[in-house]
Write a protein that binds this ligand. Structure first.
Ligand code: GLU
Length: 432
């Protein structure tokens, strides 16, 4: 959908083109900004302009509204931007991987494509280059559903390289769908990383009116500069407005809504910190302090690992081949971590052949416990282990990492039950 016929005619009559700098007066308010392509989800009479702050606004045009062209040509969008580096300022590296945060809408088809370079993203954080030395790399251009284990490995190496090259913080611009998986993978691969590594995304692409990209990026930058925390985090909106941002531990976070700005939640833990719109940071628990030192990326992963969700009617014969081929099996069980009696012989067979079977709960909230009911005790007897309150996807990523970094299944099981990156609490922290 494009601008309405009357609005298109008006724009044509004044010679306004995409990128022209306009003054738009409507209902007693005047806005100045660059003309953007029409936003597909809004009415044809809503004119979209990009304000100098980087925000896009949609303005309804009435017959008495006034639209004037202030400047015809748009500055060319640079693919890479060079910024002046100043001594004493923190060095922050943006690594772009794609996703909505690094996307623009294709206005012919209405589809969103990962297109913008990471340095174009920098332009979305007003004033950032006055407070930090920023460099940007567009490493990947993927929607995050296409992220694979090799991408996590490549990313972990790139982050470690940046930190060892002098970065005080690394921000990873990432699609939101699988951001939790990547955050978990970086958490295990980077271990005690001495600096903040912050994943940040957006639910609305930067060229949309009311995109959450600039505010999420700004909050993430402020956390990198002023948080003084080391580790892997996800920074996203905490509320629907631009007034509160949550900092989630990378192994505890899940996208809980398909479209809301506040889609991300920490599960079985509170976010480690919150930022308000002024950038004030409030920690909810002790942080690991950022320090000098080197980063190391241990990126080996056991690829023959699967994540299965138990459901009533699950037919063991359909899963036999998968489970017998896999060295690691994570099951998101029901309730405290259960599967049907009919699945237990298969768990026993898989464990007997040397595989590690890890049980989590599809309830998400609370911890697993296989000692309460007979089903659980039978699962334990079959060789399964349960991992308290760990998210199923975090258990899947951790199992891949643990299997590749232990000498045998026993060591892998022990490591699965040991907190390595804040991924599990203990009996005292979670209600049964
Ligand atoms: N599905 C895409 C992704 O995860 C777009 C969604 C987003 O970035 O929010 O990259």
């Amino acid at each position: 959908m494009s601008y309405s016929v009357s609005l298109s005619k008006l724009l044509e009559s004044i010679g306004a083109k995409e990128g022209s700098n306009l003054s738009v007066s409507s209902k007693d308010k005047t806005y100045i900004g660059r003309l953007m392509p029409h936003h597909d989800f809004s009415d044809g009479d809503i004119l979209v302009i990009k304000l100098s702050s980087g925000y896009n606004v949609g303005i309804r045009i009435y017959p008495d509204s006034e639209v004037k062209v202030l400047e015809h040509s748009a500055p060319a969008l640079k693919k890479e931007v060079a910024f002046e580096r100043k001594e004493g300022r923190p060095n922050i590296v943006f690594i772009g991987t794609g996703g909505t945060i690094a996307s623009g809408a294709d206005y012919r088809t209405g589809a969103v494509r990962p297109a913008l370079s990471a340095s174009e993203m920098i332009a979305l954080v007003p004033g950032i280059t006055d407070i930090a030395n920023i460099s940007a790399k567009a490493m990947l251009s993927l929607f995050s559903e296409n992220m694979n284990v090799e991408h996590w490995q490549e990313l972990a190496k790139a982050v470690a390289e940046e930190i060892n090259g002098g970065a005080d913080a690394v921000m990873v611009l990432h699609g939101t769908d699988t951001m939790g998986y990547t955050a978990a993978a970086l958490s295990f691969m980077l271990g005690d990383v001495p600096k903040p590594v912050v994943l940040v995304g957006a639910q609305r692409s930067p060229d949309r009116p009311s995109s959450d990209a600039p505010s999420n990026l700004t909050a993430a930058v402020r956390f990198c500069i002023n948080g003084g925390a080391a580790g892997v985090f996800v920074v996203m909106h905490d509320t629907l407005g631009d007034d509160s941002f949550a900092v989630h531990t990378g192994t505890r976070v899940r996208k809980m809504h398909t479209s809301r700005r506040d889609a991300f939640e920490s599960i079985n833990a509170s976010p480690i910190a919150f930022l308000d719109e002024e950038g004030t940071i409030r920690f909810t628990r002790e942080k690991r302090a950022a320090a000098s030192g080197k980063a190391a990326a241990r990126t080996d992963m056991e690829r023959s690992t699967v994540l299965l969700q138990y459901y009533p009617g699950m037919d063991p014969s359909l899963f036999e081949e998968i489970m017998m081929k896999s060295k690691g099996i994570v099951i998101a069980g029901s309730g405290l971590g259960h599967v049907s009696e009919s699945m237990i012989p298969l768990i026993k067979k898989a464990c007997g052949s040397g595989s590690v079977v890890v049980v989590t709960s599809q309830c998400l909230g609370g911890r697993t416990n296989l000692n309460v009911y007979n089903t659980g005790r039978d699962m334990l007897a079959a060789g399964a282990i349960s991992v308290l309150d760990m998210l199923p996807e975090t258990a899947y990523v951790k199992l891949m990492w643990v299997l590749a970094n232990s000498k045998d299944a026993e060591e892998a099981k022990r490591l699965m039950m040991t907190p390595l990156a804040g991924e599990m609490g203990d009996r005292r922290t979670v209600d049964v």
